[in-house]
Design a protein around this ligand. Structure first.
Ligand code: PLP
Length: 445
């Protein structure tokens, strides 16, 4: 009998995944410099380009630029390459699906993957409920709407909340990031530059203090909006873009109580914190709080454009035709997501927990007493390092790039480490060594 298709496919070159950091040219190198200069004339100036990295290819945790420099990736395409770059099983699933069906439109027709992924997500959310002690009799299952991105997932959550409750107002938190389309941008309150000159925002959005559930009653319900007019509270269970902040458990349990008391939907935006990033499928699992709606994207399909808005069945009361998407839930992205979830369940959730714990511990040890650093925090492989100033955070991120380590800033003055969930102990140690050297150089004792 012939081997299954997955196993018989030739593995893509694994050499890069096994390489070490190697920066051989000044950065950017000559080819990168030339290509970037020419591209910059035709690309939207709104793009950020945190540093001048022109990527040729990537495998596992390693990224190679067009000049042959090799970097250790501790940002994973902004926390997206969950299974590592170009994981052979994900790449094979994409190729197999691309040879069978690329698109037909899941809003108007059926194909096997759409239901299969929704069933898988429902099972994962069911396990979360079980772990949180929700009795089986009160679990009515989950239904999912698939999107192309996180922001579209948030838009779908805004729409289901308004449609189901027939209420208009929405609550979010200062520091939160929920996307850049007009609805999600109205919830986003991490940096004013994301909102500047794009107003007016969606009417009926109110912001409270992240980490403090009582601020919702104190700052909003008693002063600006009655709870009976609020459709949903949107919250990241671990703050992403806003600084990789792990809130106290009482914050999320407090929000759950408020929502239960006033018939408000609790929406967890797990676009960044979900899909194994914190060592569990949903970050919610760390707090024992079950939301009514969950939004996923980023790591869901290992970097293929896919998002999900999942809600407990009793809230999915919108009728046929009330919401849809031409490419959302594309079959190729779904194939990548199913392969991703298999990898998460078989090995990567455990790796995220164990390597995440030792990575954080090593950072804490190596950075102890380093003047540039205030705090190391995080869950799983969602690790934040709070620096003393914003200038230091910028200098350290830039210096890391020059030393061959890719990291990103977040919050006002933090750096996030969100490597692919396949990172091993040796790579984590190499990352810590480079990171600590950059921190020491930024503010010598
Ligand atoms: N929500 C959170 C928590 C995010 O971190 C992001 C992106 O960083 C989004 C929503 C928006 O996702 P996307 O960029 O895929 O639209």
């Amino acid at each position: 009998m012939s081997a299954p298709a997955k196993a018989s496919r030739p593995a893509p070159p694994g050499d890069l995944a096994r390489r070490k950091v190697s920066v051989q040219t000044p950065l950017p190198g000559p080819r990168a410099r030339e290509m970037i200069a020419s591209a910059m004339t035709v690309m939207s100036p709104s793009l950020i380009h945190v540093y001048p990295l022109m990527v040729e290819r990537a495998a596992g945790c390693m990224v190679e630029d067009v000049d042959g420099n090799v970097f250790l990736d501790c940002q994973a395409g902004v926390a997206t390459a969950s299974t590592g770059h170009c994981h052979p099983r994900v790449a094979a699933a994409i190729q197999e699906q691309a040879e069978r069906l690329i698109h037909i439109c899941g809003t108007d027709f059926h194909y096997p993957g759409y239901g299969a992924l929704c069933a898988k997500l429902a099972a994962l959310a069911g396990k979360m409920q079980e772990k949180a002690g929700v009795p089986e009799a009160s679990r009515d299952g989950w239904q999912t709407f698939l999107t192309n991105s996180g922001t579209e997932g948030v838009e779908a959550a805004i729409k289901i909340a308004r449609h189901h409750t027939k209420r208009a107002h929405l609550v979010a938190f200062r520091g939160g990031f929920h996307g850049r389309s007009m609805g999600s941008l109205s919830l986003t309150a991490s940096k004013s530059k994301y909102r500047k000159h794009f107003g007016p925002m969606l009417a009926g959005v109110h912001h409270a203090t992240y980490g403090d559930a009582s601020s919702v009653e104190r700052e909003l319900f008693t002063r600006t909006v009655g709870p009976e007019e609020v459709a949903a509270i949107f919250v990241e269970p671990v703050l992403g873009e806003g600084g990789y902040v792990v809130p106290p458990r009482e914050f999320l349990t407090g929000l759950r109580e408020l929502c239960d008391k006033h018939g408000i939907l609790l929406v967890f935006d797990e676009v960044q914190s979900g899909m194994g990033r914190t060592g569990t499928i949903f970050a919610a699992e760390h707090f024992g709080v079950v939301p009514d709606v969950i939004v996923l994207a980023k790591g869901l399909a290992s970097g293929m454009p896919l998002g999900a808005m999942m809600a407990q069945r009793r809230f999915m009361t919108w009728p046929s035709g009330s919401h849809g998407s031409t490419c959302g839930g594309n079959p190729v992205c779904i194939a990548a997501a199913l392969a991703t979830i298999e990898l998460l369940e078989s090995e990567l959730l455990a790796n995220s927990r164990t390597v995440g714990a030792s990575f954080k511990k090593l950072l804490q040890t190596q950075l102890q007493g380093v003047p540039a650093v205030e705090e190391v925090r995080g869950l799983g492989l969602m690790i934040g390092v709070e620096m003393r100033t914003a200038a230091l955070a910028e200098a350290v991120a830039d210096d890391c790039y020059h030393r061959g380590l890719l990291v990103l800033e977040c919050g006002e003055k933090a750096i996030r480490l969100s490597p692919p969930l396949i990172i091993d102990e040796t790579q984590a140690a190499e990352a810590v060594e480079i990171f600590a050297a950059a921190c020491r150089a930024a503010a010598p004792a």
